[in-house]
Ligand binder design. Structure first.
Ligand SMILES: Cc1cc2nc3c(=O)[nH]c(=O)nc-3n(C[C@H](O)[C@H](O)[C@H](O)COP(=O)(O)O)c2cc1C
Length: 219
């Protein structure tokens, strides 16, 4: 069983987060492929049994390559458990502007094609540096009193990845047991049908106690 960790990154901090998630999943026994959705083809996407997808946030939206992936793989995503992460700059915001971070997650999700079913969405802080912004952006940044820096919270990222590993592994073990029980041999197929162990039909705007899109990692 293989997990896809797909990402779109403009300046590299989302890529490093995706790579870290990949390492963490592997340490917990989950084979995975980390793929740059802009520069690398995702071959045979149907072989992935779970997907962790993320993007840098520009203007409160995912980058086009990550959104395109969601658009093109809509049917596949309906039959797999999906986790989403967005990498923005809540950690750079200060004072009253910090409140903006709480509103950003729902806006990002509302802009995604689909919207895709997902098990949880995390808005993480990335790296914010002066040279990423045009002059107008730098002036606005200064007026807002924001800070430049690397705001990635590796402990929070690790713990989110560990949770994903736990859920995927538990579901996989359960499916193996069910398959052995029913006498079926061969590889375990994808999560399909009404009895799939990890339900995926989660609409971002539904009330759902398991979602954690309100979770924002600010430093
Ligand atoms: C042009 C531009 C627009 C951005 N817009 C947002 C935004 O709307 N919300 C946000 O939280 N962060 C925003 N950011 C901050 C980036 O998302 C942040 O720097 C992130 O770490 C970038 O990830 P990357 O290094 O993978 O490109 C913006 C950055 C740039 C350069």
């Amino acid at each position: 069983m293989v997990v896809l960790v797909g990402y779109a990154s403009a300046h590299g901090s989302t890529r490093e987060i995706a790579e870290r998630i990949g390492v963490r999943l592997r340490e917990r026994g989950l084979a995975n492929h980390v793929r740059d959705l802009e520069r690398e083809a995702v071959e045979e996407p149907e072989r992935y049994e779970a997907l962790v997808l993320g993007s840098a946030v520009h203007d409160r939206a995912w980058l086009a390559p990550a959104k395109d992936f969601l658009r093109h793989q809509g049917e596949l995503l309906e039959t797999r458990p999906v986790w989403l992460f967005s990498v923005g700059m809540p950690g750079a915001l200060r004072g009253p502007w910090k409140r903006l971070a709480a509103t950003e997650g729902p806006l990002i999700l509302a802009d995604l094609p689909g919207p895709p079913p997902y098990r949880s969405h995390r808005l993480l802080s990335g790296v914010v540096s002066r040279d990423q912004f045009p002059l107008r952006g730098r002036l606005l940044f200064r007026l807002m009193g924001c800070r430049y820096g690397d705001f990635r919270d590796w402990a929070a990222i690790d713990s989110w990845a560990d949770g994903i590993a736990r859920e995927v592994t538990a579901a996989f073990v359960e499916r193996r047991r069910a398959a052995a029980h029913s006498g079926k041999s061969g590889p375990i197929g994808p999560w399909e049908g009404p009895d799939r162990t990890l339900p995926t039909s989660r609409h971002p705007h539904q009330a759902d106690g398991n979602r954690d899109d309100s979770r924002v990692t600010t430093n």
